[in-house]
Design a protein around this ligand. Sequence first.
Ligand code: NAD
Ligand code: TYD
Length: 342
Amino acid sequence: MSEMTKVLVTGGAGFIGSNFVRWAHNAHPDWQITTLDKLTYAGRLENLSSVMDSARHHFVQGDIADAAIAGPLVHDSDMVVHFAAETHVDRSIQSAAAFITTDVIGTFVLLEAARQATHLKRFVQISTDEVYGSVPSGASVETDELRPRNPYSASKAGADRLAYSYWATYGIPVVITRASNNYGPNQFPEKVIPLFITNAVDNIPVPLYGDGLNVRDWLHVDDHCRAIDVVMAQGTDGEVYNVGGGNEVTNVDLTHRILELAGRSDALITRVADRLGHDRRYALDTTKLRGLGWAPHVPFEEGLASTVDWYCQNESWWRPIKEQDQAYRAYYHTQYGSRANV
Ligand code: NAD
Ligand code: TYD
């Protein structure tokens, strides 16, 4: 038997990370995958239940900022795909500390470990389109200036450029992806799509920020997984690749579509106070990644419908979070209690 490729996935119990681990486990029988995840509020072992008994997957609970745990795992890897992060903009506005420790310092710890690694061929830094800041018109290209405008996107921009610097300075084989807003199964019900779907299922108001005309470009998580795979195989060290779904939708349009798919009335839409510093629009030029043969496959209408179906069929996944998790209840109350009675 040929030798296995050892792939370390950080944050693999979260939304995109778990979709990637499950996808890669199927697509790459020659990969030995290790998931390193702290299991914060957003990390859920049940997201990995289908691979937990596999001999080709190993789970380690730990903090990426803890060099004693992360270091040996990085040293032992052929490839690292680094998803682990604090990810929710609204939480970063409430309190940014964890974003600095995980997104910036945690990434620094992994990169330092990569300097000692002997057979590392790839370090994929999972960045975001939010590092470009708000884009009033046109579409961001990879060489555009970064103008992050909230603590989450600023911490991700710090990690993005730190990873780049470890390629430029030490020759670490870093590639950086900047994806647009992802959607699909297993997304924590704080982000707008799963929050609005699950509120709609329960026939309770959906809190739309400001005038609802902010635009996001929606990318199905499966298309994101394939993009990462393409960049791992064909990307050039030190380069950045935008990953966008090409589905620019205003929040109000998105909300109408979700309510229609869930069979609920538009009367559930509750206009609430806007997010502080709310970025108006993100948009990506994906010419560079398309040049490597990637294109998004999931039409937004189909992806959104199957995502609504997933939440309808997996109430046992989200209901305990929304109804029994005291930390979630406290977050929801702080975030929405003072905005409106939702
Ligand atoms: P998520 O919040 O669902 O999951 C994050 C995971 O990281 C969780 O499993 C959590 O337990 C883990 N984690 C957090 N801190 C950790 C630490 N200190 N050590 C180890 N594990 C830790 O996030 P997501 O939406 O899946 O995003 C994954 C990555 O993709 C992030 O880097 C995010 O910035 C990036 N990204 C997300 C989107 C999106 O739309 N969700 C878009 C572009 C880029
Ligand atoms: P979100 O899912 O938090 O992703 P991001 O801020 O990373 O783009 O939000 C997506 C859009 O939905 C954003 O413009 C803010 C808006 N939004 C609401 O209108 N209401 C909400 O309750 C949430 C969570 C988001």
